[in-house]
Design a protein around this ligand. Structure first.
Ligand code: ASP
Length: 313
């Protein structure tokens, strides 16, 4: 393998050109470009897929446009509870955190769980204690206050139901957007890695955990098959064990990445009502960006090709 590749996403859902302003579109495009180039810079210099994935996700977490890190959505009680996971396809090592507050970059904390603890998954207060031990960067509540997200919570609260959206003015119309972020990559050494980070869903119950931090549901990487990062209505992605299902279809049934993605995203998920999408890269560097929603913020870049940035169908 003398090649490398990286793909990222910034969430899927009801993303329509008709409701997008040129300014907003430009801002999202720029944010996606910044993140993909941050990841590519690592790979170009012979760096590890794991580092590329972490750096690309940190870039997205630091941008208030996305529902992760700084832009994380509000829970029902007006707090931020973030989930993240990172996985190394080389040895199937993984780290994840769930329900963490005030952590600037949950993806880096999940990597610390992987590399500096005996565990795979830490949640809540235990994860925060661990974060202090490894000197993770904390931010106060003010850092995570984004006016648009607050207004989304007010709208969701008014509708008196658990609203899964985090879009601005479309709750009443039943439109949905999931702004989770993720990255998958293969480095020149043939190693795959994947990671995902999220604030979850606006107005979610406190303590609710989505698919994002669950190995095999929202995130997975295995050098024998592929690396996957998902975005969408987490409950359905958990029940469908989406990321691992794709890997299994490749490993046990010999399907291509595209065939496996099509079955899981466009058929199995659709049949149970699971809206969303994912980014996937296989051990040959093939990239798939399938989604069954109206749109998905996404980008990809491989060695020797131009960057691709997409938003709509
Ligand atoms: N999958 C995430 C969750 O359920 C939401 C998203 O993709 O935005 O927490």
């Amino acid at each position: 393998m003398s090649n490398y590749g990286i793909a990222i996403h910034g969430g899927a859902g009801t993303i329509l050109k008709s409701t997008m302003t040129p300014e907003k579109e430009a801002a999202y495009t720029q944010a996606l470009a910044d993140a993909i180039y941050a990841g590519e810079a690592v790979l170009k210099n012979g760096g590890a897929a794991l580092d590329a994935v972490e750096l690309a996700i940190v870039s997205l977490e630091n941008n208030p446009l996305f529902n992760a890190g700084k832009g994380a959505v509000f829970t029902h009680t007006g707090k931020h509870e973030m989930d993240a996971c990172i996985m190394n396809g080389k040895d199937l090592s993984a780290g994840a955190v769930a329900g963490v507050s005030n952590i600037k970059n949950p993806i880096s904390l999940s990597r610390a769980v992987m590399e500096k603890s005996d565990h795979v998954f830490l949640a809540g207060l235990g994860a925060l204690d661990f974060a202090k031990k490894v000197n993770a960067k904390f931010e106060d509540d003010e850092y995570f206050f984004v006016q648009m997200r607050y207004e989304q919570l007010q709208m969701a609260l008014k509708s008196d139901s658990m609203i899964l959206d985090h879009t601005e003015d479309t709750f009443e119309k039943g439109e949905k957007k999931f702004g989770t972020v993720g990255a998958v990559a293969i480095d020149i050494h043939g190693n795959l890695a994947g990671g995902t980070s999220t604030g979850g869903m606006t107005n979610k119950n406190y303590g609710r955990v989505g698919d994002t931090p669950m190995v095999g549901a929202g995130t997975y990487a295995n050098n024998n098959t592929c690396a996957i990062s998902c975005t969408g209505h987490g409950e359905f992605f958990i029940r469908s064990v989406v990321a691992y299902d794709i890997s299994c279809l490749m490993e046990y049934k010999g399907l291509s990445l595209k065939e496996a993605c099509d079955i899981v995203v466009m058929d199995k998920l659709v049949k149970i009502g699971g809206e969303g999408g994912l980014i996937a890269i296989d051990k040959f560097g093939n990239i798939e960006l399938p989604f069954n929603s109206e749109g998905m913020y996404r980008a990809k870049k491989t060695f020797g090709s131009d960057v691709f940035i997409g938003i709509y169908k």
